[in-house]
Design a protein around this ligand. Structure first.
Ligand code: BG6
Length: 501
């Protein structure tokens, strides 16, 4: 048997770099300027700066890359360092590299609605690349309410790269319903081409979510059974242990359907349900996702269960507090922190198969997964001892895919028992560090791949499916079912799927 040679991290990233950039951008002398709008905010300090550091540390950023933080407050590089370095997880050996990284950083203070501030930003950027060809990447680490009008317009008018390319990365929420999302999309489309816009849904950057396409389309065994004849239902789950702690005011405006279901869970549904794309080109993949969404009708109120957590009197710390005890939540709010919804994909492959989406905060476990439950075996000869087969793709924690199947009980027996074919990544790929979703996605922006981003027509369809329900909830304010912090209660009510909203 050939001996497996372990590659060092530097070697692995060297190979990856060659594959990603295919010898193009990475080796070219072009300068890349990564501009973080909203550099003093939480997202920037906890996610964006650490991510760009990890990419820099691993040698995955192309050519000469400089990072510019734009904020309203006067923020020195030392300030940026102070606020973001605690999230870098840098080792003492990386000290020199860290200095190198911060030497690539600079900052500009300005007002988001002041055109002169953008001229100042632009001169700063020009000085960095000294008139050579440069590509500009703008990360809008700000809520769309802030960037929707003035920031995007000013970037377009003043800060686009004159010779290289310019790309804009955006974060959700992309509107609150179909109408506001359309308004935002139209505005953005009036300024940038779709291939310049990178809408992040960070679930699309997760290892096992990306794996769905490979699992489905690179294996012969699944294609004949991936349909309504064999699959009884598909369950998509997102569960968090914690409540809204400190994010109550943001969360209350959106609720769990907008926060998680309309985006993360629906994207996973698309990858499970879509047909094989013509190729792995972004447009081909996104075309198939749009087709699936178009086959889903608007959610009906009778297919929905809503819940809200209450404190656990016998719990500890935060668990004793209910959603309404969060001081940032408006009194008497009926916003749901748990939701379960059934959707149907009306096409040849899926007609009649329920796709059950459930998501919630302050539940009994931390988990995101896709579960396909197969139909019963026909012509039972084992006296009803057989359980249904299941294929589970566990997105987090502990990435895994496993199949629940019946096998002969080992030994002298001849009766079936349930067992598992188990591919748990931690066992199979020991010592492999899987990158964070943001690392993959930001790298994709450098490489110009939009496959793992959300196109405007996908977004539109996603909002179409949920908007009538969201409007109804807003109008009628139904009282959600109460469940205890840390319980499975929300899930139990979901399994009955009876309670009307
Ligand atoms: C975000 C939601 O999009 O995803 C949060 O706004 C949620 O409410 C988060 O906590 C979950 O992301 P992850 O990667 O921790 O599962």
């Amino acid at each position: 048997m050939a001996e497996q040679v372990a590659l060092s991290r530097t070697q692995v990233y060297g190979i990856l770099r060659e594959e990603l950039y295919q010898g193009d951008d990475f080796h070219q002398p072009e300068t890349h300027i990564f501009i973080i709008m909203g550099a003093s905010g939480d997202l920037a300090k906890k996610k964006i700066y650490p991510t760009i550091w990890w990419l820099f540390r691993d040698g995955l950023l192309p050519g000469a890359t400089f990072i510019v933080g734009f904020a309203r407050s006067r923020l020195s590089v030392a300030d940026i360092r102070k606020q973001s370095e605690p999230f870098f997880r840098a080792t003492p050996e990386e000290k020199l590299k860290l200095e190198e990284f911060f030497a690539r950083n600079s900052s500009v203070a300005g007002h988001y609605d002041d055109p002169a501030s953008y001229q100042h930003l632009n001169s700063h950027v020009n000085a960095l690349h000294q008139g050579s060809q440069a590509n500009h990447l703008f990360y809008l680490a700000l809520p769309p309410t802030v960037y929707e009008v003035v920031i995007t317009k000013n970037i377009r008018e003043t800060c686009m790269s004159p010779m290289g390319w310019s790309r804009v990365i955006m974060e959700k929420p992309f509107g609150k319903d179909l109408q506001s999302s359309d308004r935002l999309s139209n505005h953005i489309a009036s300024l940038f081409w779709e291939d310049q816009i990178y809408r992040i849904d960070h679930y699309l950057g997760k290892e096992m979510v990306q794996n769905l396409m490979v699992l489905r389309f690179a294996n012969r065994i699944f294609s004949p059974i991936w349909n309504r004849d064999n699959i009884a239902c598909v369950i998509l789950t997102f569960k968090e242990l914690f409540g809204t702690e400190c994010r109550g005011s943001y969360f209350d405006e959106f609720g769990i359907i907008r926060d998680v279901m309309q985006n993360h869970l629906l994207q996973m549904l698309c990858l499970v349900a879509m047909e094989k794309p013509a190729s792995t080109d972004s447009d081909d993949v996104q075309d198939e996702k749009v087709k699936v969404l178009k086959c889903i009708s608007e959610v009906k109120a009778e297919d929905v269960v809503l819940g809200q957590y209450v404190g656990n009197p016998s719990g500890e710390g935060e668990a004793t507090k209910g959603y309404l005890d969060d001081p940032t939540v408006p009194r008497g709010s009926t916003t749901a922190t748990f939701a379960a919804v059934v959707l149907y994909v009306k096409n040849d492959r899926w007609d009649g198969v329920p796709f059950i989406l459930h998501c919630g905060k302050a539940l009994n476990e931390h988990k995101a997964e896709v579960r396909l439950q197969f139909r019963d075996v026909a012509g039972d000869i084992f006296h009803q001892q057989c359980k249904r087969n299941e294929l589970v793709i566990r997105v987090q924690p502990n990435e895994a895919m496993y199949t629940k199947l019946m096998t002969k009980k080992p030994g002298m027996f001849f009766n079936p028992e349930e067992s598992e074919l188990d591919l748990t990544y931690g066992n199979r790929y020991k010592n492999m560090k899987l990158p964070d979703a943001y690392e993959r996605l930001i790298l994709d922006v450098f490489c110009g791949s939009q496959m793992h981003f959300v196109r405007s027509d996908e977004l539109r369809e996603a909002w179409r499916i949920f908007t009538p329900l969201l409007r109804k909830i807003e109008r009628e304010k139904p009282k959600p079912i109460s469940y205890i912090y840390g319980s499975r209660a929300g899930e139990e009510s979901a399994s009955s799927m009876k309670a009307p909203i």
